[in-house]
Design a protein around this ligand. Structure first.
Ligand code: SF4
Length: 226
């Protein structure tokens, strides 16, 4: 595992749980709005060793409920499954964040995971434009399918830059994840991001989001704007 950083406590990243966050290095996508651009390229040296992280975790027994593994893209990590097993052996819950491009890794990890969050970057026809990567879009569909049929708690989520996603696009997203348990719409905040040309971009107004949410209610019952 190439650990790019650790946040020792979070009340926000694992719903209703107190968690620590592990950030893994490396991502196959290049989303312009990425808030962790320093994690995208795999570095030679990890910021934390696994041993150091587990020592920290041992000291947090009884204080933390779980661990959020995020990135970067955690499913790119060769040692991911063993890493999750070790966390579970210490008695912590595990939430995994993913961009959905590694369905086979996801399948192997699912029996060990307690909560999963997958990014829905866009309707399938806009994935390349937003992620700057040509992928086999079937991988995204497969990951959605695996997650929705997994029986574990999950969420899908989309970061919204107004110029990148039209209202029509949300209809296509609704179709893509029709019947999903939870969908979070995340307002784009121009702060530390990968593509500086997006700094002047905006997200939708609250009134516009109301319209978008009403459209999405045709497909999904629980939608949260954050
Ligand atoms: S936003 Fe997520 S998927 Fe996109 S480049 Fe950043 S870490 Fe990768």
């Amino acid at each position: 595992m190439q650990i790019g950083g650790v946040q020792k406590t979070s009340l926000l990243d694992y719903p209703d749980k107190i968690s620590a966050i592990v950030f893994t290095q490396g991502c196959n996508f290049r989303c312009g709005y990425c808030h962790n651009p320093e994690l995208i390229v795999m570095k030679k040296e990890p910021a934390w060793t696994c041993a150091g992280f587990f020592e920290f975790l041992n000291s947090r027994k009884g204080k933390l409920d779980g661990v959020v593994i995020t990135g970067g893209e955690p499913c790119m990590q060769v040692g991911l499954i063993d890493f999750i097993k070790e966390i579970k052996n210490l008695g912590f819950l595990v939430k995994l964040d993913t961009n959905g491009t590694f369905p086979s890794v996801l399948k192997n990890a699912l029996p060990l995971i307690d909560y999963i969050a997958m990014d829905i970057k866009a309707p399938l026809y806009k994935y390349k434009e937003i992620t700057q990567l040509s992928i086999d879009i079937e991988q995204i569909k497969e990951s959605i399918d695996i997650i929705m049929n997994s029986g574990i708690d999950y969420e899908f989520r989309t970061t919204v830059v107004k110029s990148q996603l039209s209202i029509e696009d949300f209809k296509a997203i609704g179709e893509l994840i029709r019947g999903a348990r939870k969908y979070y719409i995340q307002k784009f905040v121009p702060s530390k991001i990968l593509d500086k040309t997006l700094m002047s971009e905006k997200t939708y107004s609250d009134n516009e989001f109301e319209e978008i949410i009403n459209i999405l209610f045709r497909y999904i019952n629980k939608i949260v704007l954050r």
